[in-house]
Design a protein around this ligand. Structure first.
Ligand code: PMV
Length: 320
């Protein structure tokens, strides 16, 4: 039996804007998805019989990283809430890739895992998917995805995708974050409402036809570019303020909700800053805080689900 796990991600800056040429800055967080793969005489998923051909996402991963010919018993165990903007499906794709390939005696590079998992994500998101989630789950740490190479950062790989809005090109980079920042607890607040990434990106694509939405999107892009320098300086107060400012801009492009805004208002007195993270509409907020328990209580009081977690250095890995 082979077991692999991969971390969730949270976007600090640049969600949605990354689909329009801006950088997205995302961090791996210590909530992990684990998958184990063992030989079997029929296809089993979490104890039940299943047909990989009618489970398109998993079926595609099984055929990309192995074969549909020999049945497997697959178990999935994830700490990451699904459809919540934390990249649960990307973490599973990347971890599945590593467990399946190792099972079949292959040793894929981190880049190959991220690349194939992105292909599966893109086909599940109607062709509108940046490689942010899959790259962070594969690499761990902090990752910056941009439409061109940023010379001051460590370039990892490039990814191209033809989508419904034309051709996309992204360069994936790693950034090492000073301990002054990476040691700060990360609080996630799940609204309890799921969010559909493909629906949200479609709403934004429609809104982008309106000039006032477009100028807010430009401001998100500018802030995200500026935040790259702020991150290397590592001052949690400055990053927190920029995150809160980013949330106001995301509100203007129509991707927040009352639940997200309420959670943010509730945690701000106890944190350096907070914003929605991921596609929005529902899903989660992220706060950087040195009073994580107070943030967690404030989230619970509003009926949300708190996760007190931290920056995660490790990306996808085999567990023995
Ligand atoms: O909600 P998530 O975790 O799928 O994040 C989506 C981030 C977007 O920028 C909205 C879409 C993307 O593919 O980058």
């Amino acid at each position: 039996m082979w077991r692999a796990d991969a971390p969730a991600k949270a976007i600090l800056f640049g969600e949605h804007a990354v689909l329009y040429g801006a950088p997205a800055i995302a961090i791996a967080i210590d909530l992990r998805a684990t998958i184990s793969v063992a030989k079997s005489n029929k296809w089993i998923l979490n104890g039940d019989e299943f047909d990989p051909k009618v489970n398109p996402h998993l079926g595609q991963l099984i055929s990309e990283f192995g074969t549909l010919q020999s049945p497997l018993s697959i178990s999935i165990d994830s700490e990451i809430p699904m459809a919540a903007g934390l990249g649960s499906s990307a973490a599973l794709s990347v971890a599945s890739g590593l467990a399946l390939s190792t099972f079949h005696g292959r040793n894929p590079s981190t880049e190959t895992l991220a690349r194939i998992a992105h292909k599966a994500e893109a086909s599940a998101q109607g062709g509108r998917a940046s490689p942010t989630d899959t790259s962070v789950s594969a690499l761990g740490g902090a990752v910056i995805v941009n439409s061109s190479i940023i010379k001051s950062l460590q370039h990892r790989w490039s990814i191209d995708l033809d989508g419904p809005d034309g051709h996309n090109h992204w360069d994936v980079h790693s950034l090492s974050i000073p301990t002054s920042l990476s040691s700060i607890p990360v609080v996630i607040g799940f609204t309890g409402k799921s969010s559909s990434t493909s629906e949200m990106v479609e709403i934004v694509a429609k809104n982008m036809k309106n000039p006032s939405f477009r100028s807010s999107m430009d401001a998100v892009s500018e802030l995200s570019s500026h935040a790259i320098n702020l991150l290397s300086e590592g001052d949690p107060k400055v990053i927190g303020e920029a995150m809160t400012q980013c949330h106001s801009l995301l509100k203007n492009i129509g991707v927040s909700s009352k639940e997200l805004d309420d959670l943010i208002e509730a945690v701000l007195p106890f944190s350096f800053g907070a914003k929605l993270t991921g596609a929005g509409g529902g899903g989660c907020i992220i706060a950087l805080s040195d009073k994580p328990e107070e943030c967690a209580d404030a989230i619970k009081e509003l009926g949300g689900v708190p996760y007190v977690t931290s920056f995660a250095e490790n990306g996808v890995e085999i567990l023995t």
